[in-house]
Design a protein around this ligand. Structure first.
Ligand SMILES: [Zn+2]
Ligand SMILES: [Zn+2]
Ligand SMILES: [Zn+2]
Length: 323
């Protein structure tokens, strides 16, 4: 058990026990070679556990924070449990406002699991077990730290002990899931090192294993079906965190590529060759550009070979033709 912060008040909070129980159930469902049914319950319980635990931390800060509309929060409906609760995405944003930041990869994995949960109800499981396990491992790792740092120190002795015991169960089984992910990535390393400028973070499994070339896009890790036309949208919505809702009315999510002319150019894409330097990446011709600017004449992306260039070739040709 970690050290306790002595100054903070201790409270009894039964939902924590419930939330942790969901996490334990989730890892149990991942055991061995999980069947599709086990994976389904693993996703549902993991999602439920994360939701209960993140919201518990908000409630400990201020019960109003779990209302969908904070301004409508009312003590009586809270006591009866009769109110519209905030979404998981809201909970993540509100936690950050009270000083608890959730890393990008974890936030992405939580969003991914929420989508899988929603899809389960209509289509059954749509992703591979490798993708689900990799995302679950990311989330569970984070939850262990979150519970230790942000929940255990503020609950009563008995509850803190219970949390510690249950976390030991989760930790031992997580170790197994994690080692599957690591072993699989290690086995793929030689193949993945061949095209580092075309290897991206996969919107399904979250690993650096999505290889995009001019003909095909395949994630070597999860083998999730990548729809070539949908891939730029998946990348923008999931990896760049814009969500799908932003594009529901047909707003463009990709630009016109200055090389191949396809509407498949996405900014801020990271490639394995230079993970810290965002590129403009075309999902059509599979090229990464670091020299693309928006033309001040027509607004289309163009390749500027010097700092001073502000106009694309077409706009220059127009000016010259007019003279
Ligand atoms: Zn993948
Ligand atoms: Zn292109
Ligand atoms: Zn132009």
């Amino acid at each position: 058990m970690g050290e306790r912060r002595e100054k903070e008040p201790r409270i009894d909070f039964p939902p924590l026990v419930n939330g942790v129980d969901y996490l334990v159930s989730a890892v149990e469902h991942f055991d061995g070679n999980p069947t599709e049914r086990n994976l389904k319950y693993a996703v549902l319980h993991l999602q439920a556990g994360v939701e209960v635990l993140l919201k518990s931390r908000l409630i400990i800060d201020d019960w109003k924070l779990v209302f969908s509309k904070i301004e409508n929060a009312d003590r009586e409906s809270y006591r009866r449990g009769d109110f519209k609760s905030c979404t998981i995405a809201d909970a993540v944003a509100r936690l950050s406002r009270i000083g608890i930041d959730i890393p990008d990869d974890t936030r992405e994995a939580i969003t991914y699991l929420s989508r899988q949960r929603n899809r389960l109800q209509h289509f059954g499981l749509t992703d591979t077990s490798a993708a689900i396990e990799a995302r679950a491992a990311e989330v569970l790792n984070f939850m262990l730290d979150f519970i230790r740092e942000h929940l255990q120190p503020v609950v009563g002795e008995a509850e803190a002990d219970h949390l510690a015991d249950q976390m030991d169960v989760v930790r031992s089984r997580l170790h197994h899931i994690q080692s599957l992910v690591t072993a699989r990535m290690r086995a793929l390393a030689p193949e993945l090192s061949r095209a580092l400028w075309q290897t991206l973070h996969c919107p399904h499994c979250g690993q650096w294993s999505l290889v995009v070339d001019a003909e095909d896009a395949t994630c070597l890790f999860c083998r999730a079906k990548q729809d070539r036309r949908e891939l730029p949208l998946d990348y923008v919505a999931v990896v760049l965190n814009y969500g799908y809702r932003a594009f529901r009315k047909g707003e463009p999510y990709a630009n016109i590529c200055p090389e191949c002319g396809e509407e498949a150019l996405v900014n801020d894409v990271r490639v394995a060759a230079a993970p810290d330097a965002p590129q403009s990446f075309c999902f059509g011709c599979a090229e990464a550009f670091s020299d693309v600017d928006e033309c001040t004449g027509c607004g289309l992306p163009f390749r500027s070979f010097t700092e001073e260039e502000t106009l694309c070739r077409n706009c220059w040709d127009d000016i010259i033709a007019r003279e």
